[in-house]
Design a protein around this ligand. Structure first.
Ligand SMILES: [Zn+2]
Length: 460
């Protein structure tokens, strides 16, 4: 063996067992039984520790949506972003790839793949983002699926969508026919436009009113439409960053009828409520949809525990604090997104697994196995099994750390959780058999990452 992880409690969605993991050529080749390392091999003593599959974060932004526009420039690229991922136990990231100006979704993939090949420290896949459902872009969907990019992403939150619903439904039909899945941003553009007008007329444009600019009914209406689109086209559909109990209920309602609709949530909706916008620098918490109520937080935790929420993804979209607080932006257009790649899994482990709120098997399901299945990466990614890539996390349940975004791997100089005490961090993160992170120090180097060419979507 090149690497043996000995004595850990290995967890998959099916259960847990104390078993040695033998790795050769980056792949798990043996679970349990006699094994030894050859010359240059390494053994890790995981006795008394939990070993989970490396996290699969299906939703990150490590390339700018509009290249060259300073108003749309994330703090991280594939290098700092994937370093943060590894420090937080995530070994595969799914990047949202936006087309260049006047380019197609095929150009988006080519451009972002070049970036990732040069900079990424861990494995990645790429979601083509369909900003314009033009003939040219629709013609790209099938060849992209055949090349292993088996998803499309689009937004109901832009007016463009409502003018071209027919073409977007065609995109969903093509995606379905090629075994793919649609990722849908569910907020209703017209409702939000109306809310922004009302706020402006009432002089309520202070950032504290951000949640009123994008209220829960805009999320519910758009989610119901997504369920209807999935029902009509048969295209498996994945609601990104679902934030509210009512939107979750809309998805559950569809699922009861057998509609292939899946739910992602993200950490800010598990750990923060809209009360944060009452803080002086509340703009730093802005994401879309906005933070909601405690009852929504409770519903999402219950969904993670009992299966109505399928995945937890970061939607890592980092800004510098001064950019978030830029007074040029108000409640109607705050900069959206936060850094979360290093904090996502440890905070779920801390607030979920160690408290007993979710089982460690559910932790594995929502952070690794489910996203791997939905996006065509399973069983190469998302589980610990003979033949799977050796992407592993050995947890240190005793390590406590106070979050301080300024000193973490993301180049964002703050975290929305600054000051939170989090216990339970990855001790070792292993990517394809390489120990690439140990005790908070990332040792993996850029250029080692590989594009994961995906197979078809799998139902879960
Ligand atoms: Zn996003």
């Amino acid at each position: 063996m090149d690497l043996i992880v000995r004595g850990g409690t290995v967890v998959t969605v099916g259960g847990r067992a104390v078993v040695d993991v033998g790795v050769r050529d980056g792949v798990v080749v043996q679970l349990g039984g006699e094994m030894s390392t050859g010359t240059g091999g390494r053994e890790i003593d995981a006795t008394g520790r939990v070993v989970t599959p490396g996290g699969v974060d299906a939703h990150v932004h490590l390339t700018d949506p509009i290249r060259g526009d300073p108003d749309w420039h994330w703090s991280d690229d594939f290098e700092s972003g994937t370093q943060a991922a590894l420090a937080g136990g995530i070994t595969t990231v799914g990047n949202m790839s936006f087309p260049p100006r006047d380019g197609t979704i095929a150009d988006a993939i080519e451009q972002d793949d070049a970036d990732a090949r040069a900079l990424a420290v861990t494995d990645y896949f790429l979601h083509p983002v369909l900003m314009r459902a033009t003939e040219e872009n629709l013609a790209c969907i099938a060849p992209l699926h055949e090349a292993g990019h088996t998803s499309i992403k689009f937004f109901l939150s832009f007016n463009h969508f409502d003018r071209h619903v027919r073409e977007f439904l065609t995109a969903m039909r093509i995606t379905k026919d090629h075994g793919g899945i649609a990722l849908i941003h569910c907020e209703d553009a017209a409702i939000m436009d109306c809310c922004c007008s009302l706020l402006r007329e009432a002089g309520k444009t202070h950032p504290q009113f951000f949640p009123d600019a994008r209220p829960v009914q805009s999320e519910v209406v758009a989610t119901q439409r997504a369920v209807g689109f999935a029902e009509t086209t048969g295209c498996p559909s994945y609601v990104v960053h679902l934030a509210s109990a009512r939107a979750l209920e809309a998805c559950h309602d569809g699922r009861r009828r057998g509609v292939p609709i899946y739910v992602e949530t993200r950490p800010i909706y598990l750990h923060l409520t809209r009360r944060r916008f009452e803080e002086e620098d509340g703009a730093k918490y802005a994401g879309a949809p906005p933070l909601r109520e405690q009852s929504d937080v409770d519903a999402l935790w219950a969904g993670l525990a009992f299966g109505n929420v399928d995945t937890l993804a970061t939607d890592h979209a980092p800004w510098m604090l001064a950019e978030k607080l830029d007074p040029a932006f108000d409640a109607t257009n705050l900069r959206q997104g936060v850094a979360d790649l290093e904090t996502c899994l440890p905070m779920l482990y801390s607030a979920g697994v160690l408290t007993g709120r979710i089982t460690v098997e559910r932790f594995v399901a929502v952070t690794a196995t489910n996203p791997a299945k939905l996006f065509g990466l399973y069983p190469r990614k998302g589980t610990i099994a003979v033949g799977a890539d050796a992407d592993l996390v050995v947890w240190d349940a005793d390590r406590a750390r106070t979050i301080d975004g300024a000193s973490m791997y993301s180049r964002a100089d703050y975290s929305p959780y600054d000051g939170f005490e989090v216990r339970g961090w990855p001790k070792w993160t292993i990517s394809r058999g390489d120990v690439v992170h140990e005790d908070g120090c990332v040792t993996g180097v850029k250029g080692r990452a590989r594009l994961v060419r995906r197979g078809p979507h799998r139902a879960i």
